[in-house]
Ligand binder design. Structure first.
Ligand code: AMP
Length: 281
């Protein structure tokens, strides 16, 4: 596995490999890898000649009061895990390498950002779309792998790819969970021990919602109330949002039908967790 920190060195290597018509599977991450990331890498390994992992904690996508400085980082551990997954190239640029000057342009996401994380994290998806536009131009992947844990991100990335005509296949990957159902996340390490015990309730509440829908409930407000009650009574977390929207358009719906997402975000002492379930009826 080769590690690149310089964009120009990395691009020269990619150019050579592209000339040999090799397919490139790309997994962009912020590092502190866990089984969720490794699942994306395994899928990329199965489907492509070359696998590229990027690790970049992108300052643009964090708000001023968010956890950029406390976001967990451990490059040596990540490097060993990436080797284990037979990654070909690990791209690990510094913020100065990615943003050497005050940018003259940024990507602004106009659709699907007035809901869920877009609403509670203003500017977040502009930061995501800007860095991905840069990364897509640098890596020129055949396929890009994204986890459905960040389902709104998958929907936004779909928009970036189609609006800007990137010749990239977007591959969404199912959520990988801990034994108690908690969605794996680099941020879970910042939960206090008692919060970690409570955090399984997030998935439990989504699962209970699913059962209620399977039994015939079609009123989205009743379902979100049920989730809110469970989280409020069984955890010390503060609910940021619980919403049900069509997926991937992310529009409100009066009755539960076709494909929709039940999504939630809950703030604990040092960390805000998200989770979701996409259902089809
Ligand atoms: P991050 O490092 O948190 O930016 O995540 C990098 C990629 O891994 C994103 O596409 C995430 O959606 C995906 N990912 C993170 N956690 C999980 C998980 N538990 N299951 C599946 N994919 C995940």
């Amino acid at each position: 596995m080769k590690v690149f920190t310089s964009i120009s060195d990395f691009q020269s290597e990619i150019k050579k490999r592209k000339a040999q018509s090799e397919s490139i599977g790309f997994v962009p991450t912020m590092g502190f890898l866990h089984e969720g990331h490794l699942t994306l890498l395994k899928k990329a390994r199965q489907e492509n000649d070359i696998v590229i992992l990027s690790i970049f904690v992108n300052p643009l996508q964090f708000g001023p009061t968010e956890d950029f400085s406390t976001y967990p980082r451990d490059f040596e551990r990540d490097r060993a895990l990436a080797e284990g997954e037979k990654v070909d190239f690990l791209f690990y640029p510094s913020a100065e390498e990615m943003y050497p000057n005050e940018p003259s342009l940024k990507v602004v996401v106009q659709d699907r950002t007035d809901v869920l994380c877009g609403k509670s994290r203003p500017g977040h998806f502009d930061g995501v779309a800007t860095v991905l536009t840069k990364l897509f131009n640098i890596v020129m992947p055949t396929r890009a792998y994204f986890g459905l844990k960040d389902a709104q991100q998958v929907a936004v990335v779909g928009g970036v790819i189609s609006d800007f005509n990137f010749p990239i296949e977007l591959v969404p990957v199912d959520i990988v969970r801990e034994e108690d159902g908690l969605a794996k996340s680099s941020r879970n390490i910042n939960l206090l021990p008692y919060e970690r015990k409570e955090a399984g309730v997030l998935f439990k509440s989504l699962w209970t919602a699913r059962k209620t829908i399977e039994r015939g409930e079609r009123n989205p407000d009743k379902v979100t109330s049920l989730i809110r009650e469970m989280i409020a009574s069984e955890t010390s977390g503060q609910i940021d949002y619980v919403e049900i929207l069509t997926y991937p358009r992310l529009k409100p719906l009066v009755n539960l039908e076709s494909t929709f997402i039940i999504a939630l975000a809950v703030k604990f002492t040092k960390v805000r967790l998200i989770d979701n379930l996409i259902l089809e009826i």
